[in-house]
Design a protein around this ligand. Structure first.
Ligand code: DCP
Ligand code: MG
Ligand code: MN
Length: 333
């Protein structure tokens, strides 16, 4: 669940690591989302630099790095560690909460509840599975595999199997793998899939919609031995686990079924990054539009959303809110 800054031979890797570790503690222990985002943003900035940062002062000139983070960078460059982090880690409960919150399905509140009950290691957790939800049990079972990044080449293979299988059910299905993979990343945390069908629109009659079913897709992918576990399955959202035939690690797989007339807003949203989405939504608001994973709607003077704009590609959204088009690979921040 940690958002790594996975840039091959990053000259500032150690700095990024301590910032991401701080980010994790802020989210899971201090529950300060603001600081969590600030540390992540700073780590993201450093990971994109081609050269090693020489001082905090130099770093302060970069986006997302203010005086406080600059000071921490100086301390780390001079002493090789960060006292704030050392102090946090002196409390074994903090370390335990941080560990348990790495299990898929366990959030900061649940992690604290478990640690308060004396459950502090993955071994402890295995003995107390009755305290866990179905999702959390799977998170524990696949803990090691879910911590591993998915190489791009593996998603290419999964994409091929997935598309062939879904088109066997009905050849008009449209399938797009979004997330970090679509942004061109060499490694991803999971696999995010969007599916639609020309007959499956927000306006279509229920009878017609019923012929399109995410459950049918999931069952077929199980039969094909690609999907191994289901975390949750609703009419439009599947969360689960998949694995390639030849003993590769188990991977987190998300599939969403979306209406055809909302497909391109959905693709834009699920391609991310989450930070890019935040900025784009804010820009849309400045132009008196509201943007989400379903639609782009103009806002009236009273601030009420009107009828959705007709969107037939991602470019439409950029055009309407007056932004130059950005390729998915340029949406990493
Ligand atoms: N998303 C978002 N806001 C969130 C969570 C997700 O806008 N709070 C969108 C943008 C993400 C996409 O959903 O890119 C997929 O979510 P992931 O958590 O799978 O993120 P990524 O695919 O970008 O990264 P990773 O490689 O970690 O999976
Ligand atoms: Mg993803
Ligand atoms: Mn995902």
């Amino acid at each position: 669940k940690r958002k790594a800054t996975n840039n091959a031979n990053n000259p500032n890797q150690d700095l990024c690591d301590f910032l991401l570790e701080l980010a994790d503690f802020e989210r899971n222990v201090s529950k300060n989302v603001f600081k969590y985002n600030a540390y992540r943003k700073a780590a993201g900035t450093l990971s994109a630099l081609p050269e090693r940062v020489k001082s905090g002062e130099e770093a302060k000139k970069l986006p997302g790095i203010g005086i406080k983070i600059a000071k921490k960078i100086d301390e780390f460059l001079q002493t090789g560690k960060l006292q704030k982090l050392e102090d946090i880690k002196k409390d074994e409960n903090n370390v335990a909460i941080s560990l348990l919150a790495r299990v898929s399905g366990i959030g900061p509140a649940k992690a604290k509840e478990l640690v308060d009950a004396g459950i502090k290691t993955l071994e402890d957790l295995k003995k107390h599975q009755n305290r866990l939800t179905h999702h959390q049990k799977l998170g524990l079972k696949y803990f090691d595999d879910f911590e591993k990044k998915v190489p791009r080449a593996e998603i290419v293979q999964i994409e091929k199997i997935l598309k062939e299988a879904i088109k066997e059910i009905n050849r008009d299905y449209l399938v797009t793998i979004c997330g970090s993979y679509r942004r061109g990343k060499e490694e991803s945390g999971d696999i995010d899939v969007l599916v639609t069908h020309p007959d499956y629109t927000s306006k279509a009659k229920d009878a017609k919609k019923k012929t399109i079913s995410l459950k049918t897709i999931v069952e077929y992918l199980e039969k094909k031995k690609l999907i191994t576990d289901t975390i949750s399955l609703g009419s439009t959202k599947f969360m689960g686990v998949c694995r390639l035939p030849e003993d590769k690690p188990f991977r987190r797989l998300d599939i969403r079924l979306t209406f055809h007339d909302q497909y391109y807003c959905a693709i834009l949203y699920f391609t991310g990054s989450d930070l890019f989405n935040k900025n784009m939504r804010a820009h849309a608001l400045e132009k008196k539009y509201t943007l989400n994973e379903y639609a782009l709607k103009p806002l009236t003077i009273e601030g009420c959303p009107g009828e959705p704009e007709k969107i037939t590609c991602e470019e439409d959204v950029f055009k309407i809110i007056g932004l130059p088009y950005k390729d998915p690979k340029d949406r990493n921040v």
